[in-house]
Design a protein around this ligand. Structure first.
Ligand code: PBG
Length: 334
């Protein structure tokens, strides 16, 4: 008589057999509340411009942005992140337009907070949209970005945004000591509720290309890169040191950027510090999915949701993503 082989004691496929058990034991989920939508703001009224390298993304004037803000509120997306496309005539070597209290960003913040008080508004603190050379800081005569002088300008910029009523400032410049400087200035200025989301581990990445089209810095930056201040893609321990500094200096939330290629960093940061941890699915990640989907090589919605879910699995509390509206709509339909 032939004896049957022993049955496995455990059959992991049992739980995968039906949609209801798959749902029951799913460890991570997406919700519209996980998303922050980055948007590109222009001067003027009734202005809408496509960004060719980011299909579906548009730069728009403040009045057009209200429609987007309304959709965020309806869909339950908690925060809009503003990035300016500054007129070339306002760009200078020192980026001083960044501290103009009546500049494009402070005006947009005021208008949004007035109409949509329940919608969180976040602003980028960095000089690249405002400098004639496209770098995030002020240069010395050799072209090196001077840290401490830049931090002074960034601090003034953050105060300008806080005075306009922004909820969250997000320094994306990677200067040393900027979180501490901004935090003390906010406290001294009575802006005790202004939250800081620090771009703590921001890498010198080639995935930012389409964003630089959107804010109009691809041309000004030319062939130069940001390797003398953004992190080297080969480094992991350094990310933990950067995050530790930002927490010590007063960051409320920390961020890793780019996203998908750096999920190992997201996981390490979350495990090490347990802080509210965010990841930025950057423009190049968005463009790749859009391009492959447009060619019929990938299923747009399925890949979008899988990539976003991966951020949650890696430990992110939230994701900055250009897919926020699309993904939130899909989640609402389910
Ligand atoms: C600049 C900034 C960049 C992004 C956000 N803030 C680009 C850069 O560092 O050159 C990139 C976002 C994206 O690629 O989606 N301070």
């Amino acid at each position: 008589m032939r004896t049957l082989p022993p049955f496995p004691a455990s059959r992991p496929r049992r739980l995968r057999r039906d949609a209801f058990t798959r749902a029951l034991v799913r460890e991570n989920r997406l919700a519209p509340e996980d998303f922050i939508l980055p948007v590109f703001v222009l001067e003027g009224t009734k202005q809408v411009q496509d960004v060719p390298s980011m299909p579906g993304v548009q730069r728009m004037s403040q009045d057009m942005l209200f429609g987007v803000a309304e959709q965020c509120v309806e869909l339950g997306i908690p925060v809009l992140a503003l990035f300016p496309n500054i007129d070339a005539s306002l760009k200078t070597p020192d980026g001083r337009e960044a501290t103009n209290p009546d500049g494009l960003i402070p005006r947009t913040v005021r208008a949004l907070k007035e109409r949509f008080p329940e919608l969180g508004v976040m602003t980028d603190v960095a000089l690249d949209p405002y400098t004639s050379h496209g770098q995030d800081g002020v240069l010395d005569e050799t072209g090196y970005i001077i840290n401490d002088v830049t931090v002074e300008v960034l601090t003034a910029q953050a105060l300008t945004h806080a005075a306009a009523g922004v909820d969250i400032v997000a320094p994306s410049d990677m200067m040393d000591g900027r979180i501490g400087a901004i935090r003390s200035a906010l406290e001294a200025g009575g802006h005790i509720h202004t939250r800081i989301m620090a771009y703590s581990a921001k890498y010198a990445s080639a995935f930012y290309g389409p964003f630089r089209d959107a804010v109009g810095t691809r041309g000004t930056l030319g062939k130069s890169d940001k390797k003398v201040y953004q992190m080297d893609p080969g480094n992991s321990n350094e990310a933990l040191r950067e995050v530790a500094l930002d927490i010590a200096e007063g960051a409320d939330m920390v961020m890793v950027k780019p996203g998908l290629p750096y999920l190992d960093i997201v996981r390490r940061v979350k495990d090490e510090f347990g802080m509210p941890t965010f990841a930025y699915q950057v423009s190049g990640e968005y463009a790749m999915i859009k391009a492959a989907a447009a060619n019929g090589w990938l299923d747009h919605d399925a890949v979008m949701m899988e990539a976003l879910l991966a951020f949650k699995r890696a430990g992110a509390d939230g994701i900055l993503t250009y897919f926020a509206l699309d993904a939130a709509r899909l989640l609402r339909q389910r």
